[in-house]
Ligand binder design. Structure first.
Ligand SMILES: *Cc1c(COP(=O)(O)O)cnc(C)c1O
Length: 399
């Protein structure tokens, strides 16, 4: 069966897998045009390393402010660093944190605020900077979903005190798992490197596991085979009424912290020269498809503001109601068309985070979780298939 991935990952060529060795961080630095990047084994590990460094700089502070609708791994990373997540509700009909709430939850105990570039879109970092500066806190840009996104001609991740990117499966260029980390300020970069030396170690067993997983990705990431590794497990999880497992949000408390093998770095370095063209193609496709989506009454499709040039792994939509969203997904989620959801819940509603995040009234984050859906921006999604998706959205949004 033909099965499309939920996001536009950069496909690997089998020849990318030949033996070799590279300094991936150096090549990614040249590609992104950032200050020197530090390679970590995941975006989550990059956040743990960052928080470990910042905690040493301001040991009296214990809280990290995050959007209440974000990747659950962010909460797990904060916990792993010995800190406490403090949730900020969202702005109306938006993935950004609400400015008033952000000011209210940030204070003398705040170590850092984490504005988050969701779905490849460019987040509002300026508000976080203003509020953090007043409180004496740091700002960490979570650009896990936005590698390659630019604002005013520069990579995202550089307005705050530190920023990180993810190289996980599904987020564009992948080493199967990986993360990149940087900071504008060289003293902060030294602190991040010291933190890495402190808590990250070689792990040959993880190297072997990730090498196998990356090889599997290179072989299976194609519409003719994705039902085996993505579609069928998804349909099984949904049949068992487990949407968290269906989108792969069912994380355990264990966060691997290890170095990345030179071979996996070489694979990434070989794919990297194809990334620019790939991002251009996906950007063009997204712009064309957004135009169609905007003609459907009642739905919000997120786009770039002037001056922003985001990346387009998928299109993020808000439907007019949870009922409409669920009706659309009933037809589309299991259809192999790459329609899915991003984060299933606001953070306190994940059972496995119960001891990590405090129960909090978060009406907008819960509403966003209830009304949002995503459409893959894979170049494999044909115009005819996209048109079918739009027909369903049109019908369910008005029904
Ligand atoms: C995926 C993701 C992370 C974690 O990155 P990994 O590389 O998967 O560990 C952090 N924040 C956001 C917003 C993410 O989507």
């Amino acid at each position: 069966m033909r099965e499309l991935p939920p996001t536009a990952g950069l496909p690997l060529n089998v020849t990318d897998l030949r033996p070799g060795s590279a300094d991936f961080a150096a090549q990614a630095t040249a590609w992104l045009g950032t200050p020197p990047l530090q390679l970590e084994c995941s975006g989550t590990a990059a956040l743990v390393v960052t928080l470990h460094a910042m905690r040493k700089l301001k040991p009296e502070r214990h809280e990290v402010v995050v959007p209440a609708w974000t990747c659950p791994l962010v909460a797990l990373a904060i916990h792993r660093a010995g800190l406490v997540p403090r949730l900020c509700d969202l702005a109306p009909d938006h993935y950004d944190m609400d400015a008033e709430q952000l000011a209210a939850v940030t204070g003398p105990d705040t170590l850092a605020i984490v504005p988050t570039h969701i779905a490849g879109r460019v987040a509002d970092v300026h508000t976080s900077n203003t509020i953090a500066r007043r409180a004496g806190a740091f700002v960490i840009e979570d650009a896990a979903q936005a590698t390659g996104a630019r604002q005013d001609g520069r990579s995202v991740g550089l307005l705050g005190d530190a920023g990180f990117f993810s190289l996980a499966v599904g987020k564009g260029l992948t080493l199967f798992e990986g993360g990149l980390l940087t900071a504008r300020d060289s003293a902060m970069r030294d602190a991040l490197m010291a933190s890495h030396n402190d808590i990250i170690h070689a792990d040959p067993r993880m190297d072997r596991q990730r090498a196998l997983e990356l090889t599997g990705y290179a072989l299976m990431y194609r519409p003719s085979l994705l039902s085996l590794v993505y579609g069928n497990p998804l349909r099984k999880a949904l049949a068992a009424n487990d949407p968290v497992a269906a989108v792969g949000d069912d994380f355990g408390p264990d966060i691997p912290l290890h170095t990345v093998s030179r071979w996996r770095q070489a694979v990434g370095a070989r794919a990297l020269p194809r990334l620019h063209g790939f991002l251009q193609e996906t950007r063009k496709q997204a712009q064309r498809r957004l135009e169609r989506l905007r003609r459907i009454p009642g739905i919000v499709a997120f786009d770039d503001a002037a001056g922003d040039e985001g990346v387009w792994p998928f299109l993020l939509l808000l439907m007019p109601s949870e009922t409409a969203r669920d009706a659309a997904l009933k037809e589309l989620w299991t259809a192999g068309l790459g329609v899915s959801r991003l984060f299933i819940h606001a953070l306190p509603d994940y059972g496995y985070l119960r001891d990590i995040v405090a129960p909090t009234a978060l009406p907008r984050a819960r509403d966003f979780a209830a009304r949002s859906l995503t459409i893959s921006n894979s170049l494999w999604l044909r115009d005819s298939e996209f048109a079918r998706i739009c027909d369903v959205l049109e019908r369910t949004a008005s029904g």
